[in-house]
Design a protein around this ligand. Structure first.
Ligand code: ADP
Length: 261
């Protein structure tokens, strides 16, 4: 038991909670095999943009830089590949940070305030695609844990809703009570995800459509970060989707354990 700011909360070891969830999701996978696969994936994901960057630099050095049009085009590609690398490294750092810290914290935050500030930061990105984000958030909902982690989880879900929707669509972010459960959902009118992919969506580097993900600037780690954070909060995840109609991700916070004061 750890007492902070006049009340107590229970911190469950992260590894226990993660293993509980992983058992159900990846029952048959041995952890060593998963680790090896992860290292191979990371190496591959790092190597692809680096190969492209060094290739374009070499071509520029060999004379292509003399043509202003080609020079601009190649430099633009190098810039895109560099930001891909940056995003990948950022996501890897977030994942390792979550795994290392292993606790979610005891502070209480208001869900409506946290979601609204996240939505505000994403509105300019949505505006590029003329996408409107609407919210319906119960203002009475408070959650115990790190607000930064919660915002990161919401950010990843809403960013995906933007990435996998066509221009001019709507996204709804809702927070509501379902009995004693607190539910936060992100609904889009995007491309949808067919059922056979639902189980593997939260695995690191799993992508339904690799080229679409890469084109949209995806790292393949967004939903895996969401899963890790949900586990930290003791929350579960649910996906509902219809191809061509849209997808809804639900984060379901089970009733919190009683505070002992
Ligand atoms: P990425 O960086 O590729 O978006 P994620 O881990 O965030 O990686 O998501 C994994 C895959 O799940 C994506 O590549 C995409 O195929 C699919 N996906 C995630 N969110 C959505 C969504 N809202 N609509 C359709 N497909 C989605």
């Amino acid at each position: 038991l750890i007492g902070i700011q006049g009340y107590f909360c229970i911190i469950k070891p992260y590894s226990d909670k993660l293993s509980e969830m992983e058992k159900s999701v990846e029952e048959s996978n041995k952890s060593e095999a998963i680790r090896k696969e992860f290292v191979a994936n990371v190496s591959h994901e790092l190597k692809t943009p680096l190969t492209s960057i060094s290739g374009f630099i070499e071509t520029l050095q060999a004379g292509a830089a003399d043509d202003p049009e080609i020079r601009t085009k190649f430099i633009d590609i190098i810039a895109i590949e560099t930001s891909r690398l940056k995003r990948l490294i950022q996501d890897l750092l977030v994942l390792s940070d979550i795994e290392n810290k292993k606790i979610v914290g005891c502070d209480e935050f208001n869900v409506k305030t946290a979601v609204e500030s996240t939505v505000e930061t994403l509105k300019p990105i949505a505006a590029h695609k003329n996408i409107t984000i609407l919210t319906d958030l119960d203002e009475m909902m408070d959650i115990t844990g790190s607000v930064d982690r919660f915002r990161q989880m919401m950010m990843n879900l809403i960013e995906n809703a933007i990435k996998y929707s066509d221009d001019g669509k709507y996204i709804w972010v809702n927070a509501f009570f379902d009995g004693e459960k607190k539910v936060v959902s992100v609904k889009d009118e995007g491309i949808g995800i067919s059922k056979e992919h639902h189980e593997r969506l939260f695995e690191r580097f799993y992508r339904v459509d690799k080229s679409r993900s890469k084109k949209a600037g995806g790292t393949g780690l967004g939903l895996s970060i969401v899963k890790h954070i949900a586990v930290l909060f003791g929350a579960s995840l649910k996906v509902e989707s219809q191809m061509g109609k849209g997808t809804t991700f639900f984060v379901i916070f089970e009733k919190e354990e009683e505070d002992i004061t």
